[in-house]
Design a protein around this ligand. Structure first.
Ligand SMILES: Cc1cc2nc3c(=O)[nH]c(=O)nc-3n(C[C@H](O)[C@H](O)[C@H](O)COP(=O)(O)OP(=O)(O)OC[C@H]3O[C@@H](n4cnc5c(N)ncnc54)[C@H](O)[C@@H]3O)c2cc1C
Length: 397
């Protein structure tokens, strides 16, 4: 396998670098680098810049307005975007719902919803999990009962990431209680401004209110918002999850994180020497770098399979587990390297305060990232569940 980049790919990397240097607003990259929270307006601004360039939806086919990049191009963009501290692309509409609509949605749904995802008119969130239905998602209880040309939705979703910003939510709902659990689930698109919906924030360990509870009380949803067939939602849900898990690998974030750890460890002293020369620390750093290099190659292999039209299968579970272990290890190394500088983890304490910390360490966000990224091994299906899937597929049973 030839791992060197072709001249074309090198030229593409240069194009991406130039774009990021010219178009990524400094206020945004400073916020990302300093670990400050990005508001809705920040994320929308970056999405609009990418959309204008035609790069907002790298994984979409051109016929839907996407860039239709190949696996290597996507990998290069992800690396460069993270290295330049670009805001992350919020995935719910772009890389979770869109592939489902493109594969299972009606022509009317594709024509209506996909352009609105690109233009930013709609901000989507994901309504899968419920209290009591996380790992065991198929036991979800939120009901949708058909009433003429509407469904009436009742129930509760939880852990809804950025639901406070969203005007739309894609939900898994129970449309048949009398069949096997998986066979009575449907996939419904719901306007968050419909009467009967209430959003309540959940405050996380890092002090942020990134996730929410969403309550549905007799919410009237047009029947045309059903994606695909009634009671076939489990198939669509699983298809979406394979895309969610692959995205979670976060190779670019890990590479940027590793660079930051090295910077900190070169500047911090331990026993009269830079920390990076400490054999124990250096060995952990080397191990994670090797793991990242190996995963990065595996990631490329898997996304090229996805780009060829095959939904990634068990491989996306592998990437999710490995990618999140690596990111959490890098967060832990950063926390250890930053030492006392990593103390202020409450968002109020670090807000606007990073400028005063020893540059280029930017140690302020280290603790917040450490705490926030505990989530990585839980969401998108916990790592224990992924290991179960891998074992089942690779060893049978
Ligand atoms: C920060 C964050 C953001 C999230 N965002 C969203 C979102 O936007 N939309 C959404 O729908 N959901 C979201 N989730 C929910 C996420 O998908 C669930 O938390 C996850 O699926 C785990 O479900 P649970 O929390 O109910 O834990 P449980 O399912 O109760 O699991 C508890 C523990 O038991 C383990 N466990 C459970 N079953 C098994 C088993 N069979 N074998 C081995 N171990 C097992 C789990 O690994 C876990 O460690 C988010 C979660 C977090 C933390």
């Amino acid at each position: 396998m030839d791992l060197s980049y072709s001249d074309e790919e090198k030229a593409f990397r240069e194009e991406v670098r130039t774009f990021l240097k010219e178009k990524l607003p400094k206020e945004l990259s400073d916020k990302v680098r300093g670990g400050d929270e990005l508001g809705k307006a920040d994320i929308e601004r970056w999405h609009a810049i990418l959309n204008e360039q035609g790069w907002l939806a790298p994984n979409w086919p051109k016929k839907f307005g996407g860039a239709e990049w190949n696996a290597v191009q996507r990998h290069i963009f992800e690396e460069e975007a993270a290295a330049h501290h670009a805001p992350r692309i919020v995935p719910f509409g772009l890389s979770m719902l869109a592939p489902v609509l493109q594969k299972f949605g009606s022509k009317e749904q594709q024509d209506y919803w996909l352009p609105r995802i690109l233009s930013g008119e709609d901000w989507w969130c994901q309504g899968y999990s419920e209290p009591g239905a996380g790992s065991d998602l198929a036991s979800l209880k939120t009901t949708a009962v058909r009433d003429g040309d509407h469904y009436i939705v009742n129930g509760q979703k939880t852990w809804t990431t950025l639901g406070q910003h969203a005007n739309m939510i894609f939900c898994l709902v129970r449309t048949d209680k009398d069949v096997k659990q998986q066979e009575g689930i449907s996939f419904l698109l719901i306007d968050m401004n419909t009467p009967g919906i209430e959003v309540r924030p959940i405050i996380l360990l890092d002090g942020s209110a990134e996730v929410n509870e969403v309550f549905f009380n007799d919410v009237k949803v047009p029947a045309e918002n059903l994606v695909g067939e009634e009671n076939k939602g489990w198939t669509y849900a699983k298809y979406l999850l394979t895309h969610e898990r692959t995205n979670i690998a976060g190779v670019g974030f890990s590479q940027a994180g590793l660079t930051a750890v090295k910077r900190i460890a070169k500047a911090e002293m331990a026993g009269g020497k830079p920390l990076i020369q400490n054999p124990h620390f250096a060995a952990r750093l080397a191990q994670v770098e090797i793991d990242l290099q190996a995963m990065s190659t595996t990631n490329l292999r898997i996304i090229s399979k996805a780009a060829a039209g095959t939904a990634p299968g068990v491989e996306s579970s592998m990437l999710k587990v490995k990618g999140t272990i690596i990111r959490q290890e890098i967060n832990d190394l950063a926390r250890r390297a930053a030492g006392a500088y990593a103390m202020p983890f409450a968002s109020e304490a670090i807000e606007g305060s990073n400028a005063g910390l020893p540059d280029p360490l930017a140690a302020g966000p280290v603790a917040a990232q450490y705490f926030n990224n505990r989530k990585l091994s839980i969401f998108g299906g916990s790592n224990e569940i992924q290991r179960g899937i891998i074992a089942k597929v690779t060893m049978g049973g």
